[in-house]
Design a protein around this ligand. Structure first.
Ligand SMILES: NC(=O)c1ccc[n+]([C@@H]2O[C@H](COP(=O)([O-])OP(=O)(O)OC[C@H]3O[C@@H](n4cnc5c(N)ncnc54)[C@H](OP(=O)(O)O)[C@@H]3O)[C@@H](O)[C@H]2O)c1
Length: 306
């Protein structure tokens, strides 16, 4: 019997929790210091087998005294999950990756003022995400360092200073992977219309996105300068960009991001307005799209179900 005591509890052991746990274990954290509360028998067995963590069906008193609690259930499940755990976690630092549940709601439900909200995105599943982070005033420097330790293996971190900025983070990077996939889809469609195969279109589109973002990251020049450098007047790129300008693609895209930010704000209002944080008012609101099931040795969150 191990005498190592858990130091981090994950409430919810689904895709996002698996991605974070996988990163933590791979970065050297002792699995026995991680406790996962997960009601699904098969998922608990999978977590224990894959990562060697302790997985229990209910929180209750097993959560007492743990320094960090990570909330990784769907927002709609938060109220029930919180009810089972709350009497034991008021002294803990709370890190939430749940979309739309604000820190005042989390603080009221957990009894702890030390709350950090994170907005991750799906590339976290392969360690290449970026998460926006917001901390309440009661969160200490040591708390922030602990949160960074937990999230850093899943990708980059960006602290914001106003909670409302997390709605913008949601619009930019939280929902962002879907925009990238949308443009990749369009490139594959165009490839097909021009006589290339789907696979050829896919390879060309993916390599172009990967190469261009890597170039933009390494360069000191702005994206606008990089774009101008590959756009000679009267050339092919110029023809494409003129066609996009004629269709007002950029302003439509910017409007789309504003729509996403507004929806994030509304969802926050709906969850906050619900008396039991995720109860009736919240359940009507659609949560973020489920994470894709990406098999990966370090972050395999596959549940074997749709
Ligand atoms: N912006 C983004 O791209 C993004 C990305 C990742 C995550 N997120 C956020 O991360 C959170 C988790 O998402 P996910 O995709 O990991 O969801 P998920 O795969 O459905 O995982 C949630 C897990 O929590 C379990 N659960 C349900 N009720 C519970 C309870 N009372 N106590 C303990 N565990 C409970 C669920 O079990 P059952 O299936 O048996 O109900 C499930 O295994 C969500 O709040 C989501 O908003 C956002």
């Amino acid at each position: 019997m191990s005498d190592i005591t858990p130091e981090i509890a994950f409430i919810g052991g689904g895709n996002m929790a698996s991605a974070l746990i996988g990163g933590l274990v791979q970065s050297g954290r002792v699995p026995a210091t991680i406790l996962v509360i997960e009601p699904d028998d098969r998922q608990r067995a999978r977590l224990a087998l894959q990562f060697g963590v302790l997985a229990l069906p209910f929180g209750g008193s097993s959560l007492a005294g743990l320094p960090l609690v990570v909330w990784a259930v769907k927002p709609q499940s938060f109220a029930v999950a919180a009810r089972n755990s709350v009497p034991h976690v008021a002294q803990a630092l709370h890190l939430s990756v749940m979309a739309g549940i604000r820190t005042d709601t989390l603080a009221a439900a957990t009894g702890s003022a030390r709350v950090v909200r994170a907005m991750p995105n799906t590339p976290a599943l392969i360690g290449q995400g970026i998460a926006g982070l917001y901390a309440t005033a009661a969160v200490t420097g040591a708390d922030r360092a602990l949160v960074e330790q937990v999230l850093a293996p899943s990708g980059e971190l960006l602290w914001v200073y106003h909670e409302r900025d997390l709605d913008a983070v949601t619009a930019l990077s939280g929902s962002g992977p879907a925009y990238v996939f949308y443009f990749i889809e369009a490139m594959i469609q165009a490839a097909g219309e021009m006589g290339l195969s789907v696979e050829q279109g896919r390879r060309l589109a993916l390599a172009t996105f990967a190469g261009s973002t890597a170039l933009a990251r390494q360069s000191n020049d702005s994206p606008a300068v990089l774009r101008e450098r590959v756009t000679s007047k009267g050339g092919t790129t110029y023809a494409a960009l003129m066609a996009m300008d004629n269709d007002a693609v950029k302003s439509a895209f910017v409007r789309a991001l504003h729509a996403a930010r507004e929806r994030a704000r509304q969802l926050g209002d709906e969850f906050g307005a619900s008396p039991d944080a995720g109860g009736n008012g919240a359940s009507a609101a659609p949560g973020p799209a489920p994470l894709p099931q990406i098999p990966s040795p370090r972050a395999n969150g596959s549940r074997g179900r749709p």
